[in-house]
Design a protein around this ligand. Structure first.
Ligand code: F0G
Length: 425
């Protein structure tokens, strides 16, 4: 076996295929790879982009030796792929100029098969579930993880159980979980309550846990950084900026980039900025006071990141240290204003994703990000995940949000002259 599991707190080691999500001390687990096991060249990874092999066509499995090094034969047996990744890296200099940065790219992870970045971690997690011969999987979710897991489980005929906060997930996401056939349990509580329940369920039942506390979810998620580097011809940008909720994605990004440098595939590391909503900011508080993460009751319009007790706090702080990272917080009003701009640029994304853009603006204005820096922002979810918030914004119906960029529908009589007059006015 070319990999094993290691506790992020006490460094106890476990076998790579042991079904466990935490160390006995409660710490989360890392997958540790043998950096000498494979010689990988940029050209080989690039050549896979022109291949018809389903593994090569996935923006996760193209990097398989760095993700789940079971060997191609074992992977061919267990991998469940929807061709995830391969998302567009938008050149967004016009939007960048309005934020104060000269060079801006936006990596749109909402263009994944189920509409969010979660598909990258999920293809790795569900494939491991199959390798371990599991028949049922479960997760707690603010909506995107459950949508993704429900789809991948359905693709391979596995049972799926999702725990979601009652009444607090968007219809786009709830619709996906129901449509893909997951047993959907709406608990009377928030995401953090749901997370505790699902971890305890997976301890006693023969159900594989697919939240990002599962270290293989993090491994798949690393591909987001690999693909950004590949999209940029392996030229490392100055900054990668992304939102933080349960803190799996930024932990994965940092771990992946550190490993990429260890293997000589990139020559330096970018800096990383994690953006949280002001009402759901446990990482921001910890980072800005150099203290431990203290769980809180979370509240924000960006329901995807409405999380007060993130499971990957330790990994996240470690990743920030490795990448000279910073954490910023933005208000719901700033998130919605940034969202209106991302949407009006023809790109579009759900609110949590746009914390990225609000954060870039904030970090440029306070001088942390330089005006000439090359910035890559990650948009994590599709605009249509949360259509309600869009319509409410443009109708000026969101409490506490100033709909400065509203594009409200225009009421008109069914009369062509009246409509022409309206359009000419
Ligand atoms: N953006 C979106 C659209 C998300 O759905 C999430 C997390 C995040 C950002 C934050 O990423 O948790 O890795 O820090 N959504 C999870 C879910 C928690 O259940 O779908 P993170």
């Amino acid at each position: 076996m070319n990999f094993y599991l290691s506790c992020t707190r006490c460094d106890t080691h476990f076998g790579g295929l042991e079904r466990r999500y935490r160390c006995d001390c409660g710490g989360t687990l890392d997958v540790v790879h043998d950096p000498t096991a494979f010689k990988l060249k940029r050209e080989d990874l690039d050549a896979r982009r022109n291949s018809n092999d389903p593994l090569d066509r996935s923006g996760v499995w193209r990097f398989r030796e760095l993700i789940l090094p079971l060997g191609d034969a074992a992977l061919a047996d267990c991998v469940v792929t929807r061709g995830e990744g391969n998302t567009h890296l938008y050149e967004a200099s016009k939007l960048g100029a309005s934020l104060g940065v000269a060079r801006l790219h936006l990596k749109h992870e909402g263009e994944n098969p189920t509409g969010s970045f979660k598909d990258r971690g999920m293809t790795a997690g569900i494939s491991m579930a199959r390798h371990l011969n599991m028949k049922q999987v479960a997760c707690a979710s603010t909506g995107n993880t459950s949508a993704s897991m429900a789809s991948y489980a359905a693709r391979c005929g596995m049972g799926a159980v999702v725990f979601i906060p009652d009444g607090k997930i968007t219809y786009g996401k709830l619709a996906q979980a129901l449509a893909y056939g997951a047993k959907t349990i709406q608990i009377a509580g928030d995401f953090d309550d749901a997370m505790v329940l699902v971890e305890s369920l997976c301890k006693t039942e023969d159900i594989y846990l697919l939240n990002s506390v599962n270290p293989f979810r993090i491994e798949g998620q690393k591909a987001i950084g690999f693909e950004i580097m590949q999209d940029l011809g392996w030229k490392v940008p100055d900054w990668i900026v992304l939102p933080g909720g349960n803190l799996g994605n930024n932990s994965a990004l940092a771990k992946g980039l550190v490993e990429l440098r260890e293997r000589g595939l990139i020559d330096k590391l970018p800096r990383m900025a994690v953006i949280q909503a002001e009402g759901a900011n446990p990482l921001y508080r910890a980072w800005s006071t150099s203290e431990a993460i203290v769980p809180m009751r979370a509240d924000t319009i960006a329901t995807a990141i409405k999380i007060g007790a993130p499971v990957s706090g330790d990994k996240s702080l470690r990743g920030l240290a490795a990448l000279g990272g910073v954490v910023a917080q933005v208000s719901d009003d700033q998130i919605m204003d940034a969202k209106a701009r991302v949407d009006a640029a023809g790109i579009g994304a759900e609110p949590a994703s746009c914390a990225t853009v609000a954060g870039i603006q904030k970090l440029v204005s306070n001088g942390v990000i330089g005006r000439n820096d090359h910035v890559v922002g990650i948009l994590t979810g599709h605009l249509l995940k949360d259509p309600d918030v869009v319509v409410s914004y443009h109708n000026g119906q969101l409490e506490g949000i100033d709909s400065r960029r509203a594009n409200a529908p225009i009421k008109a009589p069914a009369d062509i002259d009246a409509i022409v007059a309206l359009l000419r006015a």
